[in-house]
Design a protein around this ligand. Structure first.
Ligand SMILES: C[S@@+](CC[C@H](N)C(=O)[O-])C[C@H]1O[C@@H](n2cnc3c(N)ncnc32)[C@H](O)[C@@H]1O
Ligand SMILES: [Zn+2]
Length: 384
């Protein structure tokens, strides 16, 4: 019924290869091999953060507590306990999962540093504080954000797999879950990430906490955010200043962002006079920290990981992409001009030579981030 799987330096019992006719989420205990890179990055991120925290606070690393509130087989929290050397509570409300977690704790000889619990995630998180909290539920994390930020003293990891509501494909569901209006256009994946961070920031502010995203990404069917928790009303106020809105023109693709929770933006596009669409509240600040990304890359390089190559590539593109909200899809701009798309690098170089910031983005291989207006981009494309 169970087989042994190895990720990083941790071996766990996981359900036998799933029947293709049974959705993963309906398996007796959930294990998704496709999330191994996510867990590899989680180990590296947590190791770095725990090391820094231990230094800053004068703790021993083993005193740092980690809540894997939606644990399933226990793989995520067990890897953190074993590979990052901190103490973890691995929780799942399913009894079968909690029993498997216990078996996996024993299999890894982690009875000293890891413990299994079986309860609703809210109950676990409302009951006590953890230095680091991870929430990885099925679908949306929205109903659990309040208890997660209330519990997390220093750091929070959040996965969202409800990309259709987050990105505007299921508009009403997204509005209900995140109290934000998304845009379902070429930058929908970044939209999803910025709506999720906005929602985490608003949850944190209720507890007089601020957040600082250290690394975030949108990969295939999910969005993942790693944020430092900053305690105090001053940090909460500062965090809320990073929220705002975008006005985007579907005719000419020009956009404008404005920080604030009550902003006025003209519906008329200043470039083509078309009717702009409004979206928000969104996180308009940086969603990664360059120094932190560099440290995670070094950690990934040093660890024995199956998905190292993929993870380092993702971290590198994220590190290098400009901290500018949203992007242009080069192919869409070329369609507007009725020309074929030129190679990306010389085009970006053209933008830089004209004095603009221009980088690739991890959200889409055919897209780029720049502070140039859409008109400037079109002019440079025409010259390629
Ligand atoms: C996506 S899986 C977690 C996967 C795991 N973190 C990993 O990396 O392999 C979600 C798990 O959360 C459990 N779950 C769902 N709702 C829960 C709740 N409200 N409280 C606690 N556990 C819950 C499910 O039984 C399932 O095992
Ligand atoms: Zn326009």
């Amino acid at each position: 019924m169970y087989r042994l799987v190895k990720e990083g330096q941790t071996e766990v019992y996981a359900p036998e290869d799933n029947d293709p006719d049974v959705p993963l989420a309906s398996a007796s205990v959930f294990y998704n091999p496709a999330m191994e890179m996510n867990r590899d990055i989680n180990v590296a991120v947590t190791s770095i953060y725990a090391r820094k925290l231990a230094e800053r606070k004068g703790f021993d690393k083993s005193q740092i507590t980690y809540a894997d509130a939606f644990s399933a087989s226990g793989i995520r929290g067990l890897r953190v306990a074993k590979e990052a050397g901190i103490s973890a509570v691995l929780n799942d409300w399913k009894e079968e999962a909690a029993a498997l977690i216990q078996k996996n704790i024993e299999h890894n000889g982690l009875s000293e540093s890891a413990a299994a619990t079986c309860m609703g995630a809210d109950k676990l998180l409302r009951g006590r504080n953890f230095a680091i909290v991870d929430i990885d539920p099925f679908g949306t994390p929205a109903p659990f954000l309040d208890s997660a930020v209330a519990s997390a003293s220093f750091f929070l990891g959040v996965t969202a797999t409800d990309t259709a509501p987050l990105c505007g494909a299921h508009l009403k569901s997204g509005m209900r879950k995140y109290a934000a209006v998304p845009l379902n256009n070429e930058f929908h994946s970044e939209m999803g990430l910025r709506i999720l961070i906005s929602s985490i920031a608003r949850a944190a502010s209720k507890f007089d906490k601020g957040i600082r995203p250290l690394f975030s990404h949108a990969t295939r069917h999910y969005v993942r955010v790693y944020a430092e928790i900053l305690n105090g009303a001053g940090h909460a106020d500062k965090t809320l200043k990073e929220l705002g809105f975008i006005a985007w023109c579907p005719q000419c693709r020009n956009s404008e962002t404005k920080n604030g929770l009550a902003v006025f933006m003209n519906e008329e596009c200043p470039v083509c006079s078309g009717k702009r669409k409004m979206s928000g509240p969104l996180w308009l600040g940086a969603f990664k920290d360059v120094d932190f990304c560099n440290e995670v890359i070094s950690e990934l390089e040093a660890l024995p990981l199956n998905k190292k190559g993929e993870a380092v590539k993702l971290l590198t593109v994220c590190r290098d992409e400009a901290d500018i909200p949203f992007f242009y899809d080069q192919h869409l701009l070329c369609e507007m001009l009725k020309i074929s798309a030129p190679p990306m690098e010389p085009f970006l170089e053209g933008l830089r030579k004209a004095g603009y910031i221009a980088t690739r983005t991890h959200f889409s291989g055919t897209s780029f981030k720049t502070n140039a207006s859409v008109e400037a981009c079109l002019e440079i494309l025409k010259r390629q």
